[in-house]
Structure formats: C-alpha cells, structure tokens
Write a protein that binds this ligand. Structure first.
Ligand code: PGA
Length: 246
C-alpha cells in the first residue's frame, strides 16, 4: 500500500523567520496515516529538523556524487547529516533552470537511495506537450528514465507536476490527473511487479485547501507536492486534513 504524503516545497523562500511556520505546523498534530514533509531551503534544514517533531524534513536537490570539487552543491549524505530524510529530485525548475536531464535525475536518485534518503522524483509535461497529445508518453518516458532499477516503493515517491500548473493557479481536470496517475501506476507495476503498487504518487501544481479534497479522491493520487500553499501553516494544515480524510 502506498503511504499518504503531504509534501511542502518551500523552493527559494524563507529565512530563519520562516521556521515559525514550521513550528506551528509541528504543533498541530499530524493525522494518523499521513506523512507530512517540508522541504525548506538548504541553509534551514538542520534548524528545521531540530524543531520538526513528527514533520519530516527534506532537501530540494542533491548532487549525484558523495563529495568532491562541486562548488555550491550538496550531497545526499550531507542532507542526511543535516537531519533530512527525503530529497526532491528532478523538479521542473531544476530541469529548466539547471538543464537537468532524466539521466542526471536517475544518478541523483541512485545516490539518494545509497545514502538512505527517500527520493521524491518529479515528472511532468509542458503545455506544448499536453496540447500536442504527448502527455502520457512524456511523463512515462521521464518516469522510466529517472528511476533506477533498484528503486522501490519504500525508497522512491513519484510526483506528477504538469509544468504549466506550477505556480499558475491552473490545474488539470480531475480526469486528466487520473489518466496520468493511472498510467504511472501501470508503468510502475509493469517494471517493478507488485512493488509498483507501493510507490506513493503525488500530484503537484497549484494545490490549495479549496481543491485538495477533490484531487485526493482521484484514483492513484496518494498525496500532493505543494509549493505556494505550503509556506504558511494555516494554508497547509487544511491540505493535510483533506488527505487524512480521503
Ligand atoms: P505550486 O508549486 O503548488 O506553487 O504550484 C508546486 C511545486 O512546484 O512543487
């Protein structure tokens, strides 16, 4: 069975003052059966981990190597050492801002698994790709090439994030979300057998309190990866509650 996961991606937002939001979140009890994850900017990880309580802390990217001459990068081991248990990999902003390829994401996922962290591997089509009917091909292609052969439902989570829905307020229809999530599940079972059923499949892109419940009712949606609405505890808590109720 996949775990239900409410994940927050703070992106490049927040200095120490933002830890007050995490403190509020940690103080509001996490419902049974839901894992809550917050991925703050790297400089906040160790302080976040110290106050997170039952909220899990993750990084937003890591390097594929364990150490070396890679100025500005952090390794999966460093994230683990700082108190993270998870790391987001292959977010579309990494793929576009840093030209990350599926092969890069796959190498990072391997490093993440080796370090003992859980990878949140992101995939998603652009608006052009959706308009030309390539969505399933693009998403399943990214999924196949971004997950290494040793990926398991215990070590990897998949987040479907249509690029055009991120930070735009635009959300695919529930039917469109269901089509992609069903296709991802089928592809995971075809590749990993019964364990393919155990990968949590998150939807991401303009999730907020007002649309979370209907998205969580879609088949094969096991949670959400939330950007803007994860920055304030008051916005994120109702999303967690909607997931618990789904
Ligand atoms: P958003 O971002 O919720 O602000 O659309 C989602 C994401 O990029 O993970």
């Amino acid at each position: 069975m996949p775990r239900k996961i409410a994940a927050g991606n703070w992106k490049m937002n927040g200095t120490s003052a933002a830890l007050a939001e995490l403190e509020t979140l940690a103080g509001s009890s996490v419902p049974d059966g839901v894992d809550v994850l917050i991925c703050p900017p790297t400089p906040l990880i160790s302080r976040a981990a110290a106050i997170a309580g039952t909220v899990n802390i993750g990084g937003q990217d890591c390097h594929a190597k364990t150490s070396g001459a890679h100025t500005g990068d952090v390794s999966a081991e460093m994230l683990l050492d700082a108190g993270a248990g998870y790391v987001i990999l292959g977010h579309s902003e990494r793929r576009s801002d840093h030209a990350e390829t599926d092969a890069d994401v796959c190498a990072k996922t391997l490093a993440t698994i080796a370090a003992g962290l859980i990878a949140v591997v992101c995939v998603g089509e652009t608006l052009d790709e959706r308009d030309t009917g390539e969505t399933l091909q693009v998403v399943c292609g990214q999924l196949a090439a971004s997950l290494p052969d040793n990926a398991t439902g215990a070590t990897c989570i998949v987040a479907y994030e249509p690029v055009w829905a991120i930070g735009t307020g635009k959300v695919p229809t529930l039917t469109q979300i269901g089509e992609v999530h069903d296709a991802m599940r089928t592809a995971l079972v075809a590749r990993f057998g019964d364990d393919g059923e155990n990968f949590s499949l998150l939807y991401g892109g303009s999730v907020k309190a007002s649309n979370a419940a209907e998205i969580f009712d879609v088949s094969n949606v096991d949670g959400a990866l939330v950007g803007g609405a994860s920055l304030k505890a008051a916005d994120f808590v109702p999303i967690i509650a909607a997931l618990a109720a789904s």
